[in-house]
Design a protein around this ligand. Structure first.
Ligand code: GLN
Length: 506
């Protein structure tokens, strides 16, 4: 996997940093010994994984794709610690949109990641592994015409799983950043219930939404990884509990996601809702077709399909979630990113920075460091966030957006039977909608990107993020259809049901 990752990185720009070959050999040997002794640490022992570059991994730079951050953290995020304790081998750190801000994987300080999916048709991972023993490196014919966005912001993570250089990659999802790239790169991506994985060691973007997510080649392997990194209430291991509690929003799922004994293969008795409000103009024909086909497949597996009417989930609320998300996330980002002041964190203001005339030295340094360290999109969001938090806009913009969030959450809860006055007739267990409205747009140095247009696809993912619900993307790779994914989501803490349904469907 490391050979594949390093030999293709110049072309695809998936990794921002790779582990040394010697480290990987040592770790693999240790794992091999444990297998020989019949004592693997977990099902992930010896499995190559990668980590998004906004998650602290001891010896890798924690850059979040920003010039503002430099140097290595010197410690592992709690989730990385848990994965290493389970024997997983971190091969590298993946490229992303700066601080998680973006949907296309194009806001990266070291260039965009290329979506590998269009170039994989002649590529076989098995064959490549065989060839690696003879050191034959696979070559890809990447013509500019076929370069499309991998989706963002966990672009490198989804691309690495799609390529096969990592079996699992850990990303973050604030408004869709695990699900959207998973759909466009043709892999599985799960955003669990908000709070169910500790964010200790994760760079903040918008704290009321930031969620760690898992990308993998199958639903089962995502479920196994979730079991390892989710918050765990252990009676006799208070240390883990204390570590989890370093993130004050933690919640506990209470049971394991993967039941190794389960042979369940039917969706009999399960009610799956199709919210009519998500039938949005702008949803492409391919995506609509894939949605219909998946609904049919769910029915064939025994599920009962219920159309959720406009009166339960309204298209007006769904449409308002997109501006509401950008108001709230920018507001929180402007507050979170104020810590990078050139004094305590981030790019240093020491050296020969010329303070503009008429500015106090400290203010001047603050301005210089932030204009130099943050990319354009991040600066735009900080300014938007500061504006919506200003006294004359707070009531109209910030409070308005918070109200939309409350309404969306209530409407979802109502459909899931968690509100008042729900009749059990209409209540559903889970819902299914597409992950993105369209297939990925073209990307390249010669392609102009309109960032407002880039936001449009987020309308399928942000409503779920605002409500903090668990959701999984399942790729649809059938016939000519690729780069399309469907999301199955459910009420808070229904992660096990979400994963089980996706597994049976896949
Ligand atoms: N595209 C969204 C944004 O730019 C979502 C990003 C994310 O989930 N990190 O905010």
């Amino acid at each position: 996997c490391l050979s594949l990752a390093s030999s293709t990185n110049e072309t695809f720009n998936i990794f921002s940093c790779l582990n040394s070959i010697q480290d990987i050999i040592d770790l693999s040997n240790e794992s091999h010994e444990r297998y020989k002794a019949g004592q693997p640490l977990s099902i992930l022992d010896g499995i190559p994984i990668s980590i998004k570059s906004n998650i602290a991994t001891r010896d890798f730079p924690l850059s979040a794709s920003s010039d503002m951050l430099e140097g290595t953290p010197g410690y592992d995020a709690l989730l990385v610690k848990k994965l290493k304790r389970a024997g997983a081998i971190v091969i590298g750190q993946t490229n992303m949109d700066e601080f998680g801000m973006g949907s296309l994987g194009s806001n990266c300080n070291r260039g965009y990641t290329v979506n590998p999916l269009p170039f994989l048709h002649d590529f076989s991972l098995d064959e490549s592994i065989r060839n690696i023993q003879t050191l034959k490196i696979p070559s890809f014919d990447v013509d500019r015409e076929h370069i499309v966005s991998p989706g963002g912001s966990s672009s490198g993570s989804a691309a690495s799983v799609s390529m096969g250089s990592s079996f699992i990659s850990i990303g973050t999802d604030t408004g869709g950043s695990v699900r959207l790239p998973s759909a466009w790169c043709g892999v599985v991506g799960m955003k669990p219930t908000y709070g169910s994985i500790s964010r200790d060691g994760v760079v903040s973007y918008a704290s009321s939404l930031d969620t760690v997510g898992i990308i993998g080649s199958s639903v089962t392997c995502v479920g196994h990884a979730l079991d390892i990194i989710k918050n765990e209430k252990k009676n006799n291991n208070t240390l883990d509990l204390q570590e989890d509690l370093r993130d004050s929003t933690v919640c506990f799922m209470g049971e394991d996601i993967i039941d190794p004994e389960s042979t369940d293969n039917s969706l009999e008795g399960l009610k799956i809702g199709v919210p009519a409000a998500f039938s949005i103009t702008g949803c492409s024909k391919d995506v609509h077709q894939a949605w219909d086909d998946t609904i049919q497949k769910l029915e064939e597996k025994g599920a009962t399909i219920v159309i959720i009417p406009e009166s339960t989930i309204s298209s007006e609320t769904v449409k308002m979630t997109l501006p509401a998300y950008y108001v709230l996330s920018c507001a929180e980002a402007s507050s979170n990113l104020s810590r990078y002041d050139g004094l305590r964190y981030g790019l240093s203001s020491s050296g020969d920075l010329d303070v503009p005339e008429g500015m106090a030295a400290r203010e001047g340094q603050f301005a210089i460091v932030r204009s130099k360290g943050f990319g354009k999109e991040v600066q735009r969001r900080i300014l938007t966030g500061t504006a919506v938090l200003s006294s004359d806009r707070f009531h109209t913009h910030y409070e308005g957006a918070s109200n939309v969030r409350g309404t969306m959450t209530k409407e979802f809860n109502h459909a899931f039977g968690q509100g008042d006055e729900c009749s059990s007739e209409d209540v559903v267990d889970l819902m299914i909608i597409p992950t993105a409205l369209t297939k990925p747009p073209k990307l390249g140095t010669d392609v102009q990107i309109d960032s407002t247009e880039a936001f449009q696809n987020d309308v399928m993912t942000v409503p779920i993020s605002l409500a903090g619900l668990p959701s999984i993307n399942i790729p649809i790779n059938e016939g000519d259809v690729s780069h399309v994914g469907m999301q199955i989501f459910g009420p808070r803490l229904s992660d096990k049901k979400v994963i089980n349904t996706a597994r049976i469907l896949q």
